[in-house]
Design a protein. Structure first.
Length: 517
């Protein structure tokens, strides 16, 4: 099976730690260039720091600011695929495809010139190829290799000279999903470099595959891809066939258009204290779009600890309503076991970064029909070593929408925003449901009486998970957890009128109109 792995080189530098409430990366005002010592290298197959290889220390000169882990992806910034069926199912947007049929023809090998695109050129007539991309080589010309010319099944395109590399650009708006069949001559490995539309490197992958055969690779990105560079190792040749790409941003990352995220590429700037065994907790705000509910089912977050053995083993997730720009009343909570997506030293071997995923019981954040609704989500981590020095990674790259992260100190007993320049790194994954007053029934569920003077009897075949009541403005006015097949719901405290009752049974949700006399 082909494997796609992130390749990066690790640099070490000095770091200072402050109190338990937060830690910070080195200041960006260090001299340029920086001389640093490299002590380890990461093999292609390594998945943890324990598999790094100690090397004889050597000096490396780094220009442009502080040293960092290069080419390390942010949380789910780009997802890679080696199975075409899985890739196409994961992207929810529309694909356009180009198989390069036509041109010089089967068995032909022809130099096409500096650029191949829908505008035409040495191998294709104008309009023969689809719009939205072009092919260039790093220095000279592009080559056309017709099917069967070198034992290939499909028509191949790429750099004409082995020592160069192939560039596929997506203009003018970029692409959020790109798939192709990679053909590498004589060697197994090739580097894939992915840039955004501003020419910023988003990620680097090393692809290991069978030489001289067509091997599928695909990428889905949260950021628009401006170009992809394909470069085989050892100055061998790299070609590709059967290009498909999607320009629909709603398909980015294979997630829902309702996903809410503050993701980064790189190390971040520090950590905000948020440990189960600490007095400090941190929370991020989300906004539910007017006229919709947001049903959260997964959270991806990065946390920092002092050592690899202090990996997160437990996560507390707490949901709050908004109170004057800070977390207010608790409206739900859950404790889960985090899945470690990746781990690596952070900025300095004293600190360690864990990218995690939290699988949650779906939780509904109710929207309002007239305006967006803000909520807060707290995530705190516990370790098997019961460390209090646990930090939620933050960046000073604040999203356009949203607030800086909030922090709770048990000694003070209240929430604050300690630094308006810091936002924790996260991705909240879920689905949007439009607000509705229509009944959406659940099999085996019933309730009575309706209209009611203040008490409802609920019955279901399976356990009822939660019951929420909303007024016709979409505001949640009551929520209760049940955990049984029958319950009596007291709504006598609600004013007379029409309400929407949202009931979740065995993970499925139904909505029902209720009249309160």
């Amino acid at each position: 099976m082909k494997k796609i792995t992130t390749l990066f080189l690790l640099f070490f530098c000095a770091i200072g730690f402050s109190q338990n409430k937060s830690i910070e990366a080195p200041a960006t005002s260090l001299p340029d260039p920086i001389s640093t010592i490299v002590n380890y290298e990461k093999p292609i197959s390594a998945v943890s720091f324990d598999q790094f290889i100690p090397i004889a220390p050597r000096t490396v000169i780094v220009e442009g600011g502080t040293t960092s882990i290069t080419n390390e992806r942010g949380i789910m910034s780009i997802t890679s695929y080696s199975d075409k069926t899985v890739f196409e199912a994961a992207y929810t947007g529309a694909f356009v495809s180009e198989d390069f049929d036509g041109g010089p023809g089967t068995g032909e090998i022809v130099t096409c010139g500096a650029v191949v695109s829908s505008a035409g050129g040495g191998c294709f007539a104008a309009g023969e190829l689809i719009d939205g991309f072009n092919i260039t080589a790093s220095a000279t010309d592009v080559v056309y290799v017709g099917a069967t010319a070198i034992g290939n099944t499909s028509t191949l395109m790429g750099a004409n000279v082995f020592t160069e590399y192939t560039i596929i650009s997506f203009a003018p708006d970029g692409a959020y999903a790109v798939g192709l069949d990679l053909y590498v001559t004589n060697v197994e490995n090739a580097d894939i470099r992915i840039f955004d539309t501003s020419d910023v490197l988003l990620d680097t992958f090393t692809v290991s595959n069978t030489p001289a055969t067509e091997n599928f690779i695909g990428f889905i990105s949260d950021d628009a891809i401006g170009r992809i560079e394909l470069q085989a190792e050892s100055d061998e040749g790299e070609l590709f066939a059967n290009l498909e790409f999607g320009t629909d941003a709603l398909g980015g990352g294979g997630g829902s258009p309702c996903d809410q995220a503050h993701v980064i590429t790189g190390d971040g700037n520090g950590g905000v204290g948020s440990g189960i065994d600490s007095d400090y907790k941190a929370a991020a705000d989300i906004a539910v779009t007017a006229g919709e509910d947001f049903v959260l089912d997964t959270i991806e977050v990065s946390f920092l600890t002092f050592a690899p053995e202090d990996a997160p083993t437990t996560a507390n997730v707490v949901y709050y309503d908004n109170a004057a720009g800070l977390p207010g009343t608790i409206i739900g909570s859950e404790t889960v076991v985090p899945t470690i997506l990746s781990s690596a030293p952070w900025t300095n071997p004293v600190a360690y970064r864990f990218d995690t995923s939290l699988a949650l019981t779906p939780f509904t954040f109710a929207g309002d029909s007239g305006s967006d609704t803000k909520y807060w989500i707290e995530v705190s981590m516990g370790t098997g070593t019961n460390q209090s020095t646990v930090y939620w990674l933050f960046s000073t790259d604040i999203p356009v929408e949203g607030e800086a992260s909030a922090q709770f100190n048990a000694a003070d007993g209240f929430w604050t925003v300690p630094d308006a320049t810091r936002e924790v790194v996260y991705k909240m994954i879920g689905n949007c449901n439009p607000l509705s007053v229509a009944n959406n029934t659940l099999e085996g569920f019933s309730f009575y009486p309706n209209p009611t003077n203040g008490r409802l009897s609920l019955n279901a075949i399976n356990n009822i998970d939660t019951v929420s009541m909303y007024n016709l403005l979409g505001q949640k006015v009551l929520v209760t957890k049940v955990g049984a097949t029958t319950t009596d719901l007291d709504i006598s405290g609600l004013t007379s009128g029409t309400y929407i009752m949202e009931v979740t049974v065995a993970g499925k949700t139904g909505t029902f109109k209720v009249l309160k006399n």
